[in-house]
Design a protein around this ligand. Structure first.
Ligand code: ZN
Length: 292
């Protein structure tokens, strides 16, 4: 089917308390593993792209890979731009066919973040594209930005309320709740109470950033408290590299590239399926039996 926007699918996921996996794609092989994993389990899926990856490949190739794979499957696929603070890249994505985008103004003072996020919100909404916006500071590395895990700042509850009031049609809201990008150095301290307080008054699906390294129990608790979009980046990147190297280990003299690409694909596909099962989105694509 054609690419979909993520707002409606996340609303339903939040209501029915399951999570939709959002994997950060790397190349065509990676997008294939993400879409094929979702297809095999009849699950909705989000393919998200970092600005760094867009700088590497360009807007058009990425949009055409994802669009083609989406059109060839019956499960809903959204193409999303991950953390971005540059409105020109956001506009470039919208022009190239992205169905949702994230504006990350979390490093700005609150008032400035509201102002800039609102600008992105107006651009995205006018184009029929969903927007994700963030407040607080999620720890770890995201593109060129680094926030030490102990320096990450939890979102302020009153600011969350004020922020979402300005943008009631946000497709997904990303308050910092103690998770971090990359691998966790210590035990993640997730602010469940804050998350529950936010979802008790704000009627917008929540994004869980820093999914790599969380336990099944942590995923379930976050999803049960209203996180509908679950981001996985680091794990996918590592599998991309390891899947390739594993083939080299088993076939030291192999010079044909396709077995390497296959090994990489299989490794990534395994993770995609595992995560979909953990998040509870298996069988949640619209055409699943008994669903409209
Ligand atoms: Zn993130």
């Amino acid at each position: 089917m054609p690419l979909v926007t993520m707002g409606p699918m996340l609303k339903r996921a939040q209501k029915e308390r399951y999570g939709i996996a959002a994997f950060n794609m790397i190349d065509y092989n990676s997008v294939r593993s993400i879409v094929d994993g979702a297809t095999a389990l009849n699950a909705p899926i989000i393919v998200q792209v970092s600005t760094k990856t867009i700088r590497h490949w360009g807007f058009k190739p990425i949009a055409s890979w994802v669009r083609q794979l989406a059109e060839d499957t019956a499960v809903p696929v959204a193409l999303h731009l991950d953390h971005c603070s540059d409105l020109n890249i956001i506009k470039g994505c919208i022009d190239a066919g992205w169905t949702s985008v994230m504006f990350d103004g979390s490093s700005l003072p609150f008032a400035e973040n509201v102002k800039k996020s609102k600008e992105a919100y107006d651009i995205a909404t006018a184009a029929g594209v969903g927007l994700e916006a963030e407040i607080g500071a999620i720890g770890g590395v995201e593109d060129d930005k680094f926030v030490a895990e102990d320096k990450s700042i939890l979102a302020d509850f009153d600011e969350c309320v004020a922020f979402c009031k300005e943008m009631p049609k946000l497709a997904v809201f990303a308050p910092a709740i103690g998770t971090a990008h990359g691998f966790y150095a210590g035990e993640p301290k997730i602010a469940y109470e804050l998350l529950e307080r936010i979802t008790s008054v704000i009627d917008i699906p929540i994004a869980l950033h820093g999914g790599t390294g969380l336990t099944e129990e942590q995923f379930h608790r976050c999803i049960g408290s209203g996180c509908a979009k679950v981001n996985i980046s680091t794990m996918h990147k590592h599998r991309f590299v390891e899947g390739f190297l594993e083939v080299r280990k088993q076939k030291p003299k192999e010079a044909e590239p396709l077995p390497f690409i296959k090994g990489q694909y299989d490794a990534m596909l395994g993770d995609v399926r595992d995560m979909i099962r953990i998040f509870g989105s298996e069988g949640r694509a619209p055409h699943a039996a008994g669903q409209a």
